[in-house]
Write a protein that binds this ligand. Sequence first.
Ligand SMILES: N[C@@H](CCC(=O)N[C@@H](CS)C(=O)NCC(=O)O)C(=O)O
Length: 250
Amino acid sequence: MFRREGVRYGWPAGAAGHPFSTELQMPNFELISNHLCPYTQRAAIQLAEKGIAHERVYIDLANKPEWFLQLSPLGKVPLLRVGDVAIVETVVICEYIEEVEPAVPLHPVAPLDRARHRGWAEFASAIIADVFAFYMAPDAAAFERKGSDLHARFRWLERHLGDGPYFAGAWFCLVDAAFAPIFRLFDTFDRIGEFGIFKGLRRVPAYRAALAERASVRQVVVSDYSQRFRQYLTERGSHLSGLIQQGAGR
Ligand SMILES: N[C@@H](CCC(=O)N[C@@H](CS)C(=O)NCC(=O)O)C(=O)O
């Protein structure tokens, strides 16, 4: 076995306390993550929505433990351990979770709708990569460019959102679980400065606010998530790190 810092997550009264719960005979799930990963949050939100308790194991990605490297071919989180089996890649993990607990569906039923939702979840993954490029931009010009790229992404989302509150109306789905962690990143960016990413948008900010209120979204990060993310940004040596160090915002 390995040493780890584990936390048990679940609804207060176990699966039975969850509003949609059935009596679950689930295998033991361990979700390996670091404290900030937005991809991992997608799977953790999904588990919470389905009322599946799991253990969260946090690792330091700058110093990956040997046991983790033995399990993960790409050395990336999330990794879901189900007994002796290691499942990697967020999309694969989420599809697996969807299959083992179909009683609380987070995907639509019709194949065409499902395919459309899967495409949107992929789009969310692409935005996570864009956000990374934004906060790692080395200088003001690159930062500006990456900010415009992000603005274009959210303009696209704006055009396709309905009346809400969620992506597919009143029903919370996997696309929502994919976008919620992205918006959480912007809670920290907003405290640093106004970068115009959501400028002129109406539906996206409303969507962001609705997701931030969702219990599953709120519960999947550690209580000092914002401080940790800000600290992480400060240490990147990027243009944004410079803005934080100049004290632009708190
Ligand atoms: N395609 C992967 C991307 C996951 C990913 O990039 N995870 C980051 C943390 S948010 C990671 O593990 N980075 C460590 C590394 O690249 O060494 C997925 O969807 O699961």
